[in-house]
Write a protein that binds this ligand. Structure first.
Ligand SMILES: *[C@@H]1O[C@H](CO)[C@@H](O)[C@H](O)[C@H]1NC(C)=O
Ligand SMILES: *[C@@H]1O[C@H](CO)[C@@H](O)[C@H](O)[C@H]1NC(C)=O
Ligand SMILES: *[C@@H]1O[C@H](CO)[C@@H](O)[C@H](O)[C@H]1NC(C)=O
Ligand SMILES: *[C@@H]1O[C@H](CO)[C@@H](O)[C@H](O)[C@H]1NC(C)=O
Ligand SMILES: *[C@@H]1O[C@H](CO)[C@@H](O)[C@H](O)[C@H]1NC(C)=O
Length: 141
């Protein structure tokens, strides 16, 4: 069974480097940053501060869903999307912990695969962290 998987260590390293060297990732969109970081050959997801949904949750196209973080971070912004499948679905300042959207058709998982929900967090536009949860997205019920 093929799963889309994350290089957690690479992301952690990348984020810490970004912080240490203060590399502004202004030139790269969130999607481009993530495409650089993720390959299809590796380890496990890294939910980080995402407390809901949990790994392996099943979502249906058209469903209203919430993504909930463990804490507010007023100085950070977040952008939420499915890796390699959708544009940004929800986001904005982390002055709240819950972000909602409707699951779009583009997010449907390929047969025997799952989709990877990504949350990119930035502070002053500098990359802070990338949280990721594996979701099985099925066509509308
Ligand atoms: C990803 O998988 C495809 C097919 O399974 C393979 O051809 C490709 O080399 C893989 N890419 C990486 C970066 O491992
Ligand atoms: C999403 O969260 C809001 C509260 O922040 C709640 O009112 C709503 O019912 C939740 N929706 C789902 C689908 O869980
Ligand atoms: C958030 O920003 C405010 C004002 O810019 C600053 O006073 C505060 O220390 C910042 N908080 C964190 C956690 O960086
Ligand atoms: C991204 O999506 C395209 C088209 O759906 C697919 O061919 C490609 O393998 C995907 N890349 C990764 C890394 O999953
Ligand atoms: C999905 O998995 C089942 C059982 O593991 C297998 O029989 C089927 O051929 C797989 N389908 C695809 C499209 O890989």
């Amino acid at each position: 069974m093929k799963l889309i998987i994350l290089v957690t260590l690479a992301i952690a390293l990348f984020c810490s480097l970004s912080n240490a060297l203060l590399i502004p990732r202004l030139a790269l969109s969130d999607q481009e940053v993530i495409n650089l970081l993720i390959t299809n050959e590796t380890s496990s997801s890294n939910p980080g501060e995402i407390i809901s949904p949990s790994n392996r949750e099943i979502w249906y196209v058209g469903q209203h869903v919430n993504v909930t973080f463990s804490q507010e971070k007023p100085n950070e912004t977040v952008s939420i999307f499915f890796f390699n499948q959708t544009g940004t679905l929800a986001g904005g300042p982390l002055t709240r912990t819950t972000f909602d959207f409707v699951v779009p058709p583009d997010a449907v998982s390929r047969p025997n695969e799952s989709s990877l929900l990504i949350a990119v967090k930035r502070k002053n536009r500098y990359l802070q962290a990338v949280d990721a949860v594996i979701i099985k997205v099925l066509p509308a019920k």
